[in-house]
Design a protein around this ligand. Sequence first.
Ligand code: AMP
Length: 414
Amino acid sequence: MNVLVLNSGSSSLKFQVIATDLDRINRHQDERICRGEVERIGGEAIVTFQPGAEPRRKFTAPLRDISVALDYLVRYIASDKSGVSQIRSSADIHAVGHRVVHGGEMFSESALIDGKVLQGIEDCIDLAPLHNPNNIKGIVAARELFGKDIPQVAVFDTAFHHSVPEQAYLYAVPYHLYRRHRIRRYGFHGTSHRYVAFRYRALRELTREQTNIIALHLGNGCSAAAIRQGNSVDTSMGMTPLEGLVMGTRSGDLDPAIVNLIATKEGMSPSEVDMLLNTQSGLLGISGLTNDMRLLQSELKENADRRVQLAIAVFCYRARKYIGAFLAAMGGADAVIFTGGIGENSPEIRARICEDMEWAGLMIDPARNQQTIGQEGLISSDDSRLLAYAIPTDEELLIARDTVRVILGQPHPS
Ligand code: AMP
């Protein structure tokens, strides 16, 4: 089955086509047919396209909205120009899997999209006003293009965290606010946390019940998840992705009174402050330079800039604090997993986060750490009681696999 995986944003469309079925899933022989991204939809869009393992190419096309972009993309994939031999027409796409950001309290697992599910995703717009409407546009565009007979599946960023218990998801605000507005922790990056938990147990040949880990997804967005017996029992992101770790442009945790204070002192509206905390804060806010960790690290090496140093220090300290908190919350863990652009590729940041954690039995092996860049591997030393792994995430693969399993009515293990 050729599954088109879509992640539709406000002006971008990330995509992959993955050939998979139950047999391929069992044998880990899913095939990545092509992948890429359309950016700056609305004007002269930039298309990045990579067939199989061949080099990436980039070109532009005038694409006014998501529907036009998707139509263009599928025609391109099916054309001779693409170099993709498996897809000759839109009929060679057999299913579509969508990344949907917010599934609220309604969706605890991936779902076959019908009128009711679409309505459910719409009902969650209040919880993710910046994301769910774009995800819906992607679903509608795919339905227009492929027709009603092609199954579409929604895979929710929040679903994996449904197992988080009440004591961890409730905020200590008047309870009626939870009842009226569903104000609570939902958590995000669930597909990524679920994928690395699955890879960890495959690497160590463990059962789901034996999976006790803290997963750190450190990318442009960052979150930690406490996973006990295979289930998420706490996570750092909250009602929105703003809470928790320091991120590229998001502040993560702060005293909620600061919002009003900034609004008053800077003459800003609450939504302007919200924007500031989401887009001007985090690594970018402290360094005053960039949200890009790779650039920050080279700036630190070359110029030893004080604010860059501070940004990295605050980032690593917050991550370490969450490891400690989650160790206490879950009664100890067997491993810490690093994933996401920073977690997968930066041995320096991983080492900084794990500094002085010997008390918890966590010791990084410098050589292993240095060698494990962009690939799976153990990075802790042999005498480390708490293991550490780097595991590249693959949300698209999990979305494609869930799509197949949901369509075939197979239970999908997390
Ligand atoms: P993601 O959102 O998962 O794509 O991750 C993006 C983040 O990963 C950015 O801050 C990148 O600078 C960071 N990143 C990617 N490669 C490296 C690297 N080799 N060293 C440090 N950070 C990296």
